[in-house]
Design a protein. Structure first.
Length: 94
């Protein structure tokens, strides 16, 4: 499965420039980005972030979600395998 790696150039003030992201494969977010925000985030593989992940709607991963700090979504968080965060995990509803 292919991996999309996002770096600081893909974000403005911590917000993903395109707002939402839907990707067939794994997603890796460079730790230098700090905590990042997506309007919504859906990948078929796993999500790995050095800091935190926040989405206004939901976060969906076909495999696992791992973040160094926290994971937060306005609606729901779904992972095919496990969800791990260094601090906390918050979801509105799914």
């Amino acid at each position: 499965m292919k991996t999309l790696t996002l770096s600081q150039k893909d974000f403005t003030n911590g917000k993903y420039k395109s707002g939402s992201l839907e990707y067939e494969g794994h997603l890796e977010i460079d730790a230098s980005c700090g905590s990042v925000f997506f309007t919504s985030l859906k990948v078929t593989g796993g999500i790995k972030a050095g800091w935190g992940i926040k989405a206004g709607w939901g976060i969906v991963a076909g495999e696992g979600i791992v973040a160094g700090l926290g994971i937060e979504a306005g609606e729901g968080i779904v992972a095919g395998w496990g969800i791990e965060a260094g601090r906390g995990i918050v979801a509105g509803w799914f």
